[in-house]
Design a protein around this ligand. Structure first.
Ligand code: IPD
Ligand code: CA
Ligand code: CA
Ligand code: CA
Length: 254
């Protein structure tokens, strides 16, 4: 699909620019609380993507984290963008951050791209076409038993430890990489076996959603029902461990 190729190149270019821009001075400010950061480059990446996408596809709506774009557009098709996912990592110079972009129609992601520029990992998927990383088709080699699995988490201040406590005796490792989007992408590539979202926004999960779906993963809410990109709490899982993981998560009181 022409638009998908365009988005892939655009997100890649935005990531390369971000690496250049961070060599110059940029500002870091607090956002909703003293624990929540946003940088001038979050806005710069978002402006770049907004300008390029709306110039080329004026009929497609735009939903993104920063700058008043966080309301769902009324158009049938819309972009869902997180200009930097993992802003705190980015601000602290930790390489785990990415740009996440998806095209969504009737609230279902049809294609998505996640680019982690420091690692130069471009992970993407289009409905019906599987998952690719840097041009190579990915077959995820997921663990079949939960004891060998790598489970990643988002965070919910004051509650994250409850998930840790419930998981740590049942799984190989629990990881918090500080970027929801990249962790979901890593479920799609098989590096991780699941990501548990505890307060996800659509821009954190939309691109990862189609990546996990195309990999053959399962995405549900904590009750085991199909989740959409608007579910704050969801499990993005390899199919082998999903049921056992669900049982563990259902025991967590938050
Ligand atoms: C955050 C990161 C973090 C997750 C938060 C997100 P941001 O996104 O993905 O890992 O735990 O829920 O808000 O603010 O860095 O784009
Ligand atoms: Ca943020
Ligand atoms: Ca985010
Ligand atoms: Ca962000």
């Amino acid at each position: 699909m022409k638009e998908f190729e365009y988005l892939k190149d655009l997100v890649f270019n935005a990531g390369r620019k971000l690496l250049e821009w961070r060599e110059e001075e940029f500002s870091v400010n607090t956002k909703s609380s003293k624990f929540d950061l946003v940088t001038s480059l979050d806005f710069r990446v978002q402006d770049f993507l907004y300008n390029e996408l709306t110039k080329k596809f004026p009929e497609i709506g735009f939903l993104a984290e920063e700058d008043g774009f966080d309301k769902k557009p009324s158009t049938k098709g819309y972009w869902v963008i997180d200009p930097i996912d993992g802003t705190v990592n980015f601000a602290k110079g930790i390489p785990n951050f990415c740009i996440s972009a998806a095209y969504v129609e009737d609230d279902e992601p049809l294609y998505g791209v996640i680019y982690a520029p420091v690692m130069n990992q471009l992970i993407y998927a289009e409905k019906g076409k599987g998952v690719y990383e840097n041009g190579k088709k990915v077959i995820p080699h997921w663990n079949k038993d939960i004891e060998s699995s790598m489970i990643s988490l988002g965070n919910l201040r004051g509650h994250t430890y409850k998930f840790f406590r419930a998981l740590e005796n049942n799984v190989m490792r629990v990881r918090l990489l500080g970027t929801a989007a990249l962790q979901i992408a890593y479920v799609g590539t098989g590096n991780l076996d699941a990501f548990i979202s505890v307060k996800g926004n659509s821009w954190d999960v939309a691109a990862g959603y189609i990546i996990v779906k195309e990999a053959g993963g399962i995405i549900t809410d904590y009750s085991g029902n199909k989740a959409t990109i608007f579910n704050k709490k969801a499990i993005y899982s390899n199919p082998y461990i999903h049921e056992r993981l669900l049982k563990i998560i259902q025991g967590v009181q938050i």
